[in-house]
Design a protein around this ligand. Structure first.
Ligand SMILES: Nc1ncnc2c1ncn2[C@@H]1O[C@H](COP(=O)(O)OP(=O)(O)OP(=O)(O)O)[C@@H](O)[C@H]1O
Length: 582
């Protein structure tokens, strides 16, 4: 077990002075606690030979003194040990988040979000309980039992033996019930996650549910899940209801034995009434630590399993990271992109890109068109290394992209993805994402280039308007233009727009392209498009079909070729004519 807990060692090491203080105060706390029954016993025997006010006062003060001392040490122990467990929880949470942030995009396709969330919440909680309560209660139990046993043994070895017989049973019972409670609790938690996910989907998919008139069906299905939840909860309630009476019975048994055997010892004058009382107080004090043993064993089992799961997450090495010796920086990037004999497949599946040979000179623009699923997004994703192409098949300024530091490479690419993601934050912060030093004027200029500034200023709070779950809902086109502003603000050498004008009308498209033309000066721009109107003004247009470049040239050249692009052009011309005449 200790080997499995090894990943915690560096974290514990960090706080060793606090842990040492916790250890010392645990010893002091238990030593003081062990003295209390002795003082009570002495007091009784002393008063047995005649009670005086002075004696009562003296013994009472001694007890109060000990109680205050033990309280102080207990406070110190809890404060220090539980405090350290919280600090380690904080460190672990930070480390896990940092490592999750470093993982490549594909990590999130192969790992379920629910599992990641469980590791960062439930497992972390279990580890904290192991570090805090589990360690503290085990230390208390061990130290107190070790300190109390010699005193109990000195009072009566026979009584000690008999009184201890049922106590381990309490601990075994707690462990047995604890295990079953844990299993049932996990099932309830799993069901609760299902219910929450269902409710959440219903809230975010509210429009779809209304449109399909599925409210009643959804209510019925939710009620079914909720019923299962209550059924499982009641099973747990039954188990808990059985645990406490059973425990009370076992502890009562132990006290009864103490009373019977101890009473007999007193009557036979083997021990005094004071000693008998001391012994009873020891028994009462030992009850909780004995119960705690079973509980602590459960905490250790759960905690150890969780440490393993957390360690797996912490050790996960990002598949895409800086290559060894990657030293070239953003300043060295001019923006010429080359694809050389590029073949690519996701996870060793069927090829998505085949024999791509393409040179995009620095500062030029390229439009990529092609049927859906032909690999356009995949091709541009390889430039900022969102997925890794085979070594040497993607180059920037003649250098394989792996020779650049990942952060610098990505900083040089302004990316407008196909699906816009906006954070639940103000529009300003969404535009300035990744550029901490951006001034208001720069943010506004970027918004102006993306032709969204006027619309933003029409919102009551302008750029401070919140978007996403806590704010206004932007239209698809507004979202895309916010994303364009975000990419432009980064002032990148390479600008990639993945179907970024799909949600705007042709008039707005024309205006955005006009604005971008200025921005595109001196930058390499790649535009993925489904409309000829987006592609036609690019320096060159590449047609991608089933992962291969089948046509490459200017608008005029491709029209002349009479291939896919020409067909697309004629079809869209026809559509426009029909739209005008109808
Ligand atoms: N992360 C991924 N894992 C596995 N396969 C993927 C992944 N992303 C895309 N694909 C597959 O690769 C192929 C090309 O997809 P891609 O998104 O590059 O096409 P596209 O030309 O951009 O399409 P669209 O015009 O519809 O956006 C598709 O068959 C798609 O199913």
């Amino acid at each position: 077990m200790f080997k499995r807990l090894a990943p915690l060692a560096p974290y514990l090491k960090r706080y060793w002075p606090s842990l040492a203080l916790g250890g010392v105060s645990t010893v002091f706390y238990n030593v003081v606690k062990v003295l209390i029954p002795l003082v009570i016993g002495h007091a009784i025997d002393d008063m047995h030979s005649g009670i005086t006010e002075q004696k009562v006062m003296y013994h009472a003060l001694r007890l109060v003194g000990l109680a205050v001392l033990s309280g102080l040490f207990l406070y110190l122990t809890r404060q220090v040990v539980i405090g350290v467990s919280r600090k380690i929880e904080f460190d672990l949470r930070n480390d896990m988040f940092a490592n999750l942030e470093r993982q490549s995009a594909s990590y999130y396709q192969t790992h379920r979000t629910g599992d990641i969330m469980a590791r960062t919440t439930n497992d972390l909680n279990a580890v904290r309980q192991l570090l805090g309560p589990a360690i503290m209660y085990s230390a208390n139990t061990i130290v107190f039992t070790a300190a109390a046993l010699p005193f109990m043994y000195r009072i009566s070895p026979k009584l000690t033996f008999f009184a201890f017989v049922p106590l381990p049973l309490a601990s075994v019972l707690v462990q047995y019930f604890g295990n079953r409670i844990h299993t049932r609790f996990e099932r309830i938690q799993a069901m609760f996650s299902d219910i929450s996910a269902k409710a959440q989907e219903n809230f975010s998919g509210a429009r779809l549910i209304r449109a399909f008139a599925q409210e009643d069906a959804e209510i019925a299905s939710f009620e079914k899940a909720n019923q299962e939840y209550i059924r499982r909860s009641l099973l747990l309630v039954r188990l808990m209801a059985m645990l406490w009476p059973t425990l009370e019975f076992v502890l009562g048994l132990s006290l009864m034995i103490t009373l019977l055997v101890g009473g007999h010892e007193v009557v036979s004058h083997f021990i005094s009434v004071g000693e008998f009382t001391s012994f009873n107080v020891y028994m009462v004090q030992l009850t909780w630590p004995m119960i705690a043993v079973g509980w602590v064993v459960n905490l250790f089992q759960r905690g150890t399993a969780s440490v393993v799961r957390i360690d797996e997450l912490l050790k996960e090495v990002p598949t895409i990271r800086d290559a060894e010796g990657a030293s070239h920086t953003a300043e060295e990037i001019n923006g010429a992109i080359s694809f050389r004999n590029l073949n690519f497949a996701y996870n060793e599946g069927s090829p998505v890109l085949s024999d791509i040979d393409l040179e995009i000179p620095a500062g030029s623009s390229l439009a990529i068109v092609g049927p859906t699923g032909s690999g356009k997004t995949t091709l541009v994703n390889l430039i900022p290394r969102l997925y890794d192409a085979p070594v040497g098949s993607v180059l920037i300024d003649g250098r394989p992209i792996r020779e650049y530091r990942l952060e610098d490479l990505r900083r040089s690419v302004g990316f407008v993805p196909q699906e816009t993601f906006l954070f639940s934050d103000s529009i300003r912060e969404n535009v300035a994402f990744g550029v901490a030093s951006a001034t208001d004027a720069e943010v506004e200029a970027a918004a102006s280039t993306a032709h969204i500034k006027t619309e933003i200023l029409e919102f009551p709070k302008g750029f401070a308007t919140m978007v996403g779950e806590r704010g206004v809902t932007l239209s698809g086109g507004q979202k895309q233009r916010t994303a364009i502003a975000r990419a432009v603000l980064r002032d990148p050498k390479i600008l990639v727009l993945d179907d970024a004008l799909a949600s705007v009308d042709t008039y707005t498209e024309e205006r955005i392209l006009g604005g971008l033309r200025e921005v595109m000066q001196g930058r390499t721009t790649i535009l993925i498009a489904h409309r000829v109107s987006t592609a036609r003004n690019a320096d060159r247009i590449a047609v991608l079909v089933e992962g291969r470049i089948v046509e490459l040239g200017t608008h005029e050249e491709l029209i002349g070729e009479g291939g896919y692009y020409n067909e697309l052009y004629e079809k869209q011309q026809l559509e426009e004519e029909i739209a005008v005449t109808s």
